[in-house]
Design a protein around this ligand. Sequence first.
Ligand SMILES: Cc1cc2nc3c(=O)[nH]c(=O)nc-3n(C[C@H](O)[C@H](O)[C@H](O)COP(=O)(O)OP(=O)(O)OC[C@H]3O[C@@H](n4cnc5c(N)ncnc54)[C@H](O)[C@@H]3O)c2cc1C
Length: 496
Amino acid sequence: MVEKVIVIGAGMAGLWTAMALAGSDREITVLDRDPPPPAGGPDAAFEDWQRRGVGHLRHSHAFLARLRTLVRDRHPELLAALHEAGVRELGFEGSLTAQHRKAYVPAPIDGDLAILTSRRTTLELVMRRYVETLLSVTMRPQTFVSDLKIVAGSPPRVTGVVLEDGTELSADLVVDAQGRTSQAPEWLGRMGAAFPETSEPCGVIYFTRHYRLLPGQEEPPRGMGSTTGDLGFLKFGVFPGDNGCFSITLCVPEVEEEMRKAIVDPEVFDAVCRQLPGLVPWIDRARAQPTSRVFGMGQLESRWRELAPNGAPAVLGFFPVGDCVVRTNPLYGRGCSFAAVSAYVLRDALIAGRDPAERLLIYRAGLERELRPYYDVMRKADQSAIRRARAALLPPRPATLRTKVLKSFLEDGVAIAIRDDVQLLREFLRGFHMLEHPQAWLKRPRNLAKIVRVWARGKAANAELYPVLGDTDRHRMLNAVGVSPTADEERVRAAA
Ligand SMILES: Cc1cc2nc3c(=O)[nH]c(=O)nc-3n(C[C@H](O)[C@H](O)[C@H](O)COP(=O)(O)OP(=O)(O)OC[C@H]3O[C@@H](n4cnc5c(N)ncnc54)[C@H](O)[C@@H]3O)c2cc1C
C-alpha cells in the first residue's frame, strides 16, 4: 500500500524529510507558504527569494560533517549539484594549526570531517531543485496550512491538513516541518493533545553581514589571526560562502544592551570587525565589499518538545521534525544537521512498524538517542556563557581555587592540547560534528593524558599554540567603536 504523506514546510527539515522518505511506497506532498525560488542561480536566490517563513534565511550558515556525510553517502547527485553551484567543502586540513602541520599525516577519517559552506539560500535552492526531481515528491509552494484535520480520541489522530482557503487534504501521515514558529502545538492543544516542552534562552543576539570578494581577490591566508573566537562579551566568526561570498557573524550576549543597539549599524559592525586581527584582512575594502545590511536576530532559545509524555504518544499520525521538535543555539551550527538526522530517524521509525503508536515511540527514542546528548551539552555551554557574560559586567570577584583550576584546565589544557595534537583534534571534531557522542573523546584515558601533558608544560612553553585574538579587553574595544562600556555595567550592578 502506498502511504500518503503531507509535509508542512519546505525549509531544511521539510526538504530532508522528502529526501529521506521518497520511494515507491510513499506519495509525498510538501506544502510551503512561501513562493518558489526565483529563476536563476545562487545570486538571484540570495537577492530575490521571498522567504517570510524563514526569518533567519540570510544569516550565516555552515553545515556540519554529519549533514555533509548524509549528502555524500545517500544523495551523491545532490553533492555534485551543490559543488556545481559553488557550495564548498572545507576539509579537515583547513582546521590544522601550524603546529599540527609539522606532523600531519592524512588519515581516512579526515575525509569524513569536512563541512559544507555556502550562503543558506544557495544550499536551500540546490536542495529544493534536487527534491523537485524525486519521483514520489510533489512540491506545492504558496500553500499556507492553517489547521490540521484531527479525529478526536485518546490519543487524537491527525488525518490531514486544512489550507488557508478551507481546502482539506487527507493523508496517512502528516510531518510538521514548519520550523520554530510552528502553530501545530496550538492546533493540537484544541483537541487536548499536548507536546510538553522545556526551553531556555540561548542568551545571545545574532548579527550577520555579507560581503563579496572583489574581482581577482582571494580569501586571506589562514593563520594571520583567529577567524572565530569567544571573548566572553562577544563571539565572532567568518563563514566562507559560495561564489566569492562570505559573511561575518558577531554574537552579542543579551545582557550587553548598548552593544546590541549599536552593532546593527554597519559602520559599528565593521568597526568591531576591525578590532579583531583575524577579521581585518577579510573586510579590507581593497579585498572585499559589503553586500548587505546587518541582519539581527534575537529571541533565540533551546527547546525540546516531548512527543510521548509519560511514555504515551500525545497524538498519532503526526511527526514534528527539525526546529518543530528540537531548537538549538545557532552558534553551534547544528540546527540543519538536527533537521537532517530527525528526518532519517523518522524514516527508520516508519520502516520499523506500521502501528502508529509504535512508530511514534520508535521515533521519539531515536531522537533521544541521536540528538539529546548534543542538546544537553549545548544547553550547559549556553548556561555557562550567560554567567560569564554577566560576570564581565560586575566587579571582579576573587575566584575559588576550584574555579581557577577548572578554568585553566579548559582554557590552557583542553583548548590548547587540541591545537597541539592532530589526533586529539580529529577526536574532538568527531564529537563536534555529531559523528560520535560529543564527550566520548574526553572520556578516553589516552586523550586525557595528552591534555594533562600539554597543560603541565605551562602557558609560557605553549605560547605559540594560543589563538591570535587581539586585544580582548572589553572596555578598550567598546570605547574604540564608540559604545559605552559602563552603561550596562551600571544597570547590571544596580540590579545585582
Ligand atoms: C540566526 C541563525 C543562524 C543559524 N545558523 C545555522 C548554521 O550555521 N548551521 C546550521 O546547521 N543551522 C543553523 N541554524 C539553525 C537552522 O537554520 C534551523 O535549525 C533550520 O532552519 C531548521 O529547519 P526547519 O525546516 O525546521 O525550519 P525552517 O528552515 O525555518 O523552515 C520552516 C518552513 O516551514 C514553512 N512554513 C511555516 N509555517 C507554515 C505553514 N503554516 N504552512 C506552510 N508552510 C509553512 C516556512 O515557509 C519554511 O519554509 C541557524 C538558525 C538561526 C536562527
